[in-house]
Structures are given as C-alpha cells and as structure tokens.
Design a protein around this ligand. Structure first.
Ligand SMILES: N[C@@H](Cc1ccc(O)cc1)C(=O)O
Length: 437
C-alpha cells in the first residue's frame, strides 16, 4: 500500500495574475535527511513517503510544520473522490495522515471531490473510469462526507491526548465549481496551464499511449485538482496537499447491524503486520515495539492484529461500534446466534474459529446430517459415529441435531452465506462450505 505523499504549494509563477501565485512541482524524491521534526517522526512511522518538492521552494517543506518557525500552524488538505458510497482503507490511511498533522496543531481539510469525481482521476489507471452520473456522485459525496465527519468526531472524542489540536474541516469542491461559468474559468485560469507541462505528466502519457486514448474530461481532471489547491490556498491559506494512491477494501458492511462486525473481522484479517500498527493507529512507537515483543513470545494470541482491529474499529465506528462488534463475535463464538454466523464469510469464520477444520463439500440433493458429518471427517465410521449424533454430541450452526437421517435444510443447517458450522462434542469445530452444482 502506498503511503501518502505531501505536496507543497509555495512561491512561484503559476497563476501569475491570480495573486499570490504558484505551485512548484520540482520532482519526486524519497524523503531523506531533509525530513525534520514532525515529518521525521511521521517518516519513522512509514506514514509519509515522499515530500514533493523537498527542496527549491522559498520555504522548505519540513520547516512548514514545526512550531517556533513562524510558519505555525499550517493548513493541509487531502482530496477524496466519491467514486463509491463509503470510505475504504486507502482513504483511511490518508485520513490518518491528516489526523496526525491535526494532532500536531495544524488545521486540516478533508476535501470531498464532488466535482472531480464526475471526471475521474486518470492517474494510475490504464482505462477510463466508468462515468458516474451526477445523482450517483451526489449521493456518494453525501455518504463520504458523513463518513469523514463521523471519523473526525470519533477522533476528537476518543483519541484526544489533551494537547490543543488544529481544526478538522470537511469541504466539497462542487461548492466552488457549481457556480463557475466555463468560459470565465478558462479565460481566468486556462492561460496559466501550459500544454507542454500537462502533456508531460506520466499519468497523461500512459493514457495517451493506451489503445483507448484519453478523453478531454479526464485530461481536464488535473486542472481541477490544481485549481482546488489554489482555491484552498486563497480561502484557507492551505499550502500543503496530502495525496495517496491505493485501491483498498471497503470499510463497509451491507446492513447497519453487520457493519461493525464485518469491518472488525475484515480488519483483523487485513492488517497483518507491525507496519500497519504504525500506519493506522496513534500508538506511540515504543508501545508498538512492546506489543511486537509480546507477539514474538506468543504469536498465537495475535496481539498486534487484535489491537489494530480494535483501534481502527473504534476510530471508524466509535466506542459503541467496537463494543458491538466484539459482542457479535462473542455471540457467534459462544452463543447460539445464527444471525451472527450468517453475516460472515468463510474467511471470517475461519478467523473466528481458528482451530476448526475446513472442508468444501458438494451439496447433493437429500444430503443428511450423517452424510455431512462423514464427509467432513468429523465422526468415526460405523455405529460409533452414528451414536455420537443420536446421543446429542453433534450440533450444526449451534443447534443440536439428534436425527442422523434428517436432510439438511437451507436457512437452518445451511446458512444464507452457504456455510455450516458443525460442532462435535464441546470444542471440535468444522466449517463446511457448500458448493452447489
Ligand atoms: N485525485 C484524488 C482525489 C482528489 C480530488 C480533488 C483534489 O483537489 C485532490 C485530490 C483521488 O482520486 O484520489
């Protein structure tokens, strides 16, 4: 996953007549010794990858961020195009980047790209994005805005460390493009964009060389994004942009109730390494080291993964969301909650029932309880296995089954997600994934 990168808006010649002016993109370098203070700390977490430009502007980027430099506080923005109706893990990473800057006292802006999403960002893509109609983008933008605001509020309420933070503001760029007359816009701004520079960008080059080529709408995307930066500079004094490139899993569940659960488990599966503890939590680095030391001694406890999932679920869904996700897991594990089992994928069930054997079985018509237990190798052959069922030692989806001949019923023995959880005795679990012919 690519870490966010920071772009600096500083002195320059760019929007010459629209004073004050300029964006200087002077090349792309890995941040090295030039990263100082706050940026160095974030670099150590692996959060910020590139500073862009690192040198050559009137004020060097690292100096923009530190107290006592006369440049404090700064305003930093990051754009989020509402191409879907919820936040994904990549967004979260960028948001964490903003939150870290906010925690250091800077003012941050999360910008919903209600206008830019209509065109589609061509960077990193080999094909044109599927066109999104205005209504869809509007409703995605509403959802994204709500998600960003909810996370901002959770961050403020649940992760405050007592120090004065900067502000967190959510804006939508459709606000300034809605009233914008095309000809006025081109006349005022168009002259400051040079075709040579626009065409030389890697994202444009790649698309131009592709068999499909590139549409004017996509080509124009970069102009709008650059103008956003300029607009935010003029109206909010914003001089730094945070960018990320990532296609990630969505932080979204289907229903309201299953949302937190799915998220919690998905995150547990998704976040596998220490790197993610640094990226996705606000835990201090020494604490992360300590968690990792414990993990080395007892890896089966999956300490880092659990802590990570808990921290992120708390940020995304709040304290109550975390509590309810944990309740659901407990329900699925120890109580007879079919509902809780039904919202899980086979991956999630495997995660929850770590010791369980897993088998994929073909569902023939008339498959009985006995057939199921045998095919899953859950009971011994012959009368002993038969008796284990009749004597009450077997349950499917937390319901005891005592008739070996009874035929499996969809919705009862086979969950809506095509899975069955078979339990033999007190703690031998078998997960069965039914393959339909
Ligand atoms: N281009 C960014 C989103 C973005 C939108 C508007 C901006 O001003 C900046 C960034 C993306 O696709 O992820």
């Amino acid at each position: 996953m690519a870490a966010p990168m920071l772009r600096c808006f500083s002195r320059g010649r760019w929007f010459g007549s629209l004073r004050p002016s300029g964006v200087l993109f002077l090349g792309l370098r890995e941040a090295h010794s030039g990263a100082r203070g706050l940026l160095a700390v974030q670099k150590a977490r692996g959060l910020f990858k590139e500073f862009f430009p690192e040198r050559g502007t009137k004020i060097e980027l690292p100096e923009l961020f530190d107290r006592g430099t006369g440049n404090f506080p700064q305003t930093i923005y990051c754009g989020f195009d509402p191409t879907a109706n919820s936040l994904h893990v990549g967004h979260l990473l960028a948001l964490l980047g903003l939150f870290h800057l906010q925690r250091a006292g800077h003012n941050v802006i999360a910008l919903v790209g209600g206008a830019t999403a209509r065109l589609g960002d061509p960077s990193g893509r080999t094909k044109e994005r599927e066109a999104l109609d205005a209504e869809r983008v509007r409703s995605n933008a509403r959802a994204l805005r709500q998600g960003l605001e909810a996370l901002g509020a959770n961050h403020q309420e649940l992760f405050a460390d007592g120090r004065p933070w900067g502000s967190f503001t959510v804006l939508d760029n459709s606000t300034w493009y809605q009233q914008q007359h095309l000809v006025d816009f081109l006349a005022a701004v168009g002259g400051h964009f040079r075709m040579g520079t626009l065409l030389s960008r890697l994202s444009v080059q790649t698309r131009l060389k592709s068999p499909e080529g590139m549409s004017l709408a996509e080509f124009f995307y970069q102009v709008l994004q650059a103008y956003d930066f300029y607009y935010l500079f003029q109206h909010y004094g914003c001089r730094v942009q945070l960018e990320f490139r990532h296609a990630g899993c969505f932080l979204k569940g289907k229903g309201i109730r299953d949302k937190n659960l799915v998220c919690y488990i998905q995150l547990t599966l998704y976040f596998l390494s220490q790197r993610y503890l640094k990226l996705f939590t606000f835990l201090p680095l020494p604490e992360i080291d300590h968690i990792m030391q414990l993990h080395e001694k007892e890896p089966e406890k999956r300490g880092p993964q659990k802590r990570l999932a808990a921290e992120v679920t708390k940020l995304v869904h709040g304290q109550e969301g975390l509590a309810s996700a944990k309740r659901w897991c407990t329900q699925a594990l120890y109580h007879s909650s079919i509902d809780a089992l039904e919202v899980m994928s086979d991956q999630e069930l495997k995660e929850l029932f770590k010791e369980a054997s897993f088998s994929e079985l073909v569902l023939d018509p008339g498959t009985s309880v006995l057939d199921t237990c045998r095919k899953a190798n859950a009971i011994p052959d012959g009368p002993r296995g038969y008796r284990m069922i009749t004597e009450g030692g077997v349950s499917i989806n937390h319901r005891q089954v005592t008739n070996p001949e009874s035929v499996l019923v969809v919705g009862q023995h086979i969950l809506k997600n095509g899975l069955s959880l078979l339990k033999i005795g007190k703690r031998n679990f078998y997960i069965i994934k039914w393959l339909q012919l």
